[in-house]
Design a protein around this ligand. Structure first.
Ligand code: NAD
Length: 499
């Protein structure tokens, strides 16, 4: 039964089912306990769809299906897996606007971003791993004149993947595309806040993969995520989410001695060196845009540049422009293509961000702009909207140290390069960092000194499929993207054959 929904203002209608079941063994499967949970759209705070409330029994069914599919799937040729990944990419491309609309209603993100960035990246990641798996051959070499060494790759088996809500389709793709390319079967557990878009994707790609290769069980973390992460029947657990949840998942997986990938939180510094002040207008403008990136995706980005470090000599000139640019961010209904910033993904997240706005004020941080709820009108009053906010303070404050995961940046100044590096590294996280400079020496030396897995230099927030991405310190370990991912999803078997 499909329903047609129409969301306020933009006259946008989209077809979706009122209820989504699990996708297991190539079929739609009712939750074993018969229970569903309500998925609220952050756009207007109203119910959107219902998703199956998964439990251990559903995870077990999905693992059964995946184990059944694995023996033949693991023997498929790289060429046929590559073709299937390309087909998935094509289906997504053909249905881009539909998927972007669902993703936007699910998550609250601005549809213009979703269509211009999130989904094109999803498509490119599938195509990238379709290509990489073809180019990757096993290694055969002679050990001595009588012995040949063959290094063979074998998939790990059935893997469990647990996904966050901030980029529902893209974060799932980062895990699903390489795992499929390497020949694994998968059970995915999406975030309970955004269970719908991935189910719509499963409907669209149904039939491309053999049954049981890719299974999706929706539900809550402790009810559906835990049985997946604790299962002795998974060969790996790949997790993206909060650092505190990551700790739990590692404990679970340690019982079964299976490898984990941890993509966790961040508090990324964005450093603006003195030379930005002397740069030409084009570069200066680009740096201002780079600073305002803290509001991208409503700040719900693990690499959100949530700490701005600005050289004291350029502070006044630079911040005047950053504040003006931040105030010009057009907020509104995220389904309106002119909207730049939409709603926070859930009420919990909205409340958390609002509490940090108070924390910042209470600890004496100065509000340079924003600092409050954004009041929507005409039917969206119940949605979760927060003004993009800039605090000024010092790096020991909680708003500088704790991940807010909202459109909030904390700015401070520095005098010397050493001081900038010290402040940049004064965090438990180490996921992303930005550096803006016209100085050739700094372009190499400063990123080398910053403890983070990704440093953007004179740009920010690009995520090409071929660039390895992941954290240092409490931001996790393991990487995503890049062809090295194949090795994160497979074993290497060496055979030494004498003749
Ligand atoms: P979260 O940790 O609350 O939830 C993530 C997923 O884990 C969800 O699917 C949830 O249901 C599941 N989960 C929760 N408790 C569980 C348990 N006990 N057992 C098994 N599964 C459980 O994180 P979130 O709020 O969805 O996402 C936001 C966080 O994700 C932020 O900290 C952000 O920085 C991080 N993140 C990191 C990256 C990265 O690549 N490093 C990317 C995106 C988001």
């Amino acid at each position: 039964e499909a329903a047609t929904a129409s969301f306020p203002f933009v006259g946008k209608s989209v077809e979706f089912k009122p209820k989504y079941e699990h996708f297991i063994g190539g079929e739609w499967v009712k939750p074993s306990n018969g229970e569903y949970f309500e998925n609220i759209s952050p756009i207007n705070g109203q119910p959107f769809t219902q998703a199956a409330r998964g439990t251990k029994a559903d995870i077990e069914l999905a693992l059964d299906a995946a184990h059944k599919a694995f023996p033949s799937w693991s023997k498929t040729s790289a060429a046929s897996r590559s073709n299937m990944l390309n087909k998935i990419a094509q289906v997504i491309e053909d249905n881009l606007e539909y998927l972007a609309t669902i993703e936007t209603i699910d998550n609250g993100k601005a549809i213009r971003e979703c269509m211009a960035a999130d989904l094109p990246l999803v498509i490119d990641h599938f195509r990238y791993f379709a290509g990489v798996i073809r180019a990757d051959e096993s290694t055969i070499s002679e050990h001595d004149e009588n012995t040949v060494s063959i290094a063979l790759h074998e998939p790990l088996g059935v893997v469990g993947q647990i996904i966050p809500w901030n980029f529902p389709l893209l974060m799932a793709t980062w895990k699903v595309a390489p795992a499929l390319a390497a020949g694994n079967c998968i059970v995915v557990k999406p975030a309970e806040q955004t269970p719908t878009s991935i189910m719509c994707l499963m409907e669209l790609i149904d039939g491309i993969l053999p049954p049981g290769v890719l299974n999706v069980v929706t539900g809550f973390g402790p009810e559906a995520g835990k049985p997946l992460a604790t299962s002795p029947r998974v060969a790996k657990v790949s997790f993206t989410g909060e650092t505190t949840t990551g700790r739990l998942i590692m404990q679970y997986a340690s019982e079964n001695l299976v490898p984990v990938t941890m993509e966790l939180g961040g508090k990324s510094p964005n450093v603006f060196m003195k030379s930005v002040g002397d740069a030409d207008d084009e570069f200066f403008d680009k740096a201002v845009e780079g600073a305002v990136m803290f509001a991208l995706n409503q700040g719900e980005v693990c690499t959100c540049p949530s700490r701005m470090l600005v050289h004291e000599d350029i502070y006044d000139k630079f911040m005047e422009r950053v504040i003006a640019r931040t105030k010009a961010i057009k907020m509104g209904n995220p389904l309106d293509p002119s909207t730049m910033m939409g709603a926070q993904a859930s009420n919990d997240q909205y409340e958390k961000i609002m509490s940090y706005l108070n924390i910042g004020k209470e600890e004496g941080a100065q509000v340079l702009c924003g600092g409050a709820k954004f009041s929507q009108n005409s039917g969206l009053e119940e949605g979760y909207y927060v003004q993009p906010t800039i605090f000024k303070g010092h790096n020991k404050m909680r708003v500088f140290q704790e991940e807010i995961f909202g459109p909030v940046v904390a700015v401070t100044t520095f005098k010397t390069t050493e001081e900038a590096i010290e402040i940049a590294n004064d965090t438990m996280y180490g996921l992303g960092a930005g550096l803006w400079t016209r100085d050739a020496h700094e372009i190499y030396q400063v990123p080398r000194a910053i403890q983070a897995g990704r440093v953007w230099i004179n740009n920010y927030h690009a995520y090409p499929a071929h660039a390895p991405f992941g954290g240092y310190k409490k931001s996790g370990f393991g990487r995503e993207n890049h062809k090295m991912m194949l090795d994160h999803y497979r074993q290497t078997k060496n055979m030494l054959i004498s003749y």
